[in-house]
Design a protein around this ligand. Sequence first.
Ligand code: ADP
Ligand code: MG
Ligand code: MG
Length: 476
Amino acid sequence: MANAIPEKIRMNTTLLENLAVVAKDTALLKGVLMRIQETPNSSESVTYAPFTLFPTPVPEAVFSQALAVQTHFNTLVDKISQDAEFLQEALASTIAVDDFTAKLFKIHQQILKEGRSQPVVLGLNRSDYMLDQAADGSSSLKQIEINTIAASFGGLSSRTPDVHRHILKAAGQLKESERILDNNPAAGLARGLAKAWELYGSEKAVVMFLVEEVQRNIFDHRYVEKELWNRNIPTMRRRFEDVSKTGSLDQDKRLFVDGQEVAVVYFRNGYMPQNYISEKDWDARLMMERSLAVKCPNISTHLAGTKKVQQVLARPGVLEKFFPDQAQVVEQIRATFTGLYTLDLGPEGDKTVAMALAAPDRFVLKPQREGGGNNIYGSEICQVLQGVKDSTERTAYILMDLIHPTPVQNYLLRKDTPLKISTCLSELGVFGTYVRKGNDMVMNECVGHLLRTKSSEHSDGGVAAGVAVLDNPLLV
Ligand code: ADP
Ligand code: MG
Ligand code: MG
């Protein structure tokens, strides 16, 4: 098993305890912050966002590969969002049984019918990967998913490199500390928001962060807000309820909320069914989609990030359709795909069911959900599939090969949790920003990365779900 803990200090409990104290203080000093669980909507009590004591070794070649493919993923997402026929076909079986996706799709169709009022499109996405370990010890980059809405931790991950550098120095690992890269996704996400705001073209209009009811992770957002204010771009934070109570469109479809014109709606909420408390929230989403404001993402780009679309993209010939005569781009993207299988009714889906039932431990079963904790693993796959295998209900899911990253020993630092060594698995995220106006891509960039690490006893769940913690790659 690999180890993130420097050899000299592995057995030295006193030193490790001391390092953990220094690490937590440094995280607070550097602003790696979260509100506490008990009072998620107040900044009177804050703590450090959970993180690993040591950075995790990541091979430089795979890391570079992940960064290099990001602008192609940006282009792909953007192309999908403009291909109504593709989305319709890809999602037909899903929306027949999945109410949430169906509701999103209905808004998408209404927008298509009315015609889009805003030619500017802003995408801020995060493509997530695990490094699949081969028998010979080598690892290959495999995509877990791409998040096209509310991808988080671009702010906090801009602050964690300094924390890990400091810990390594304090642990006598000066040379290693230099192998932690600078990272500033917050700046890159803000560049995209700023560009979209500028193209909207009204100095008084604001960038509205559409936020959740429970806002524990507010500091992650604040870094992006601060970058905007540094450019004299005003921002405000509002919930669905605020939009629904005070929002309206004028005769030119300009969106006003609380009397303020909104240039850009940045969705940090709205990606799961529970985010829509009532029909009024759905009405508010529709109003924002219909408006002249730039949406990040717009409804079609949101749909392009569904797991069903991911599965369809892995079918032979589909990437080629989006990138005709660009064999190299297709190759670069496809190299990151692992096995993805349809559960649509018909012989192909039947084959998937049989395969999953025969060897459930080789797969993960995924519904069309976001936010962690929704996937199904191991024997539970059999239970669920036995229940739905002969009905259309099975088409709410896709099946995916289980990826096996190398387990690494590390310590996960969490408020009020005793220091304990854990066997960990990591997931690398890469942030992408793009802005398109009509047919012109005016910006397409890879803007940074995120490493998240969790104990291997958890098969699912992110930082917000309380499972994973923030980390940094230590390039090797
Ligand atoms: P969500 O949109 O809820 O984040 P993901 O597809 O990212 O859904 O899955 C959640 C978590 O489940 C991931 O962060 C990862 O830890 C685990 N996971 C998902 N797919 C796989 C896979 N193919 N192999 C191994 N682990 C996976
Ligand atoms: Mg997701
Ligand atoms: Mg995920």
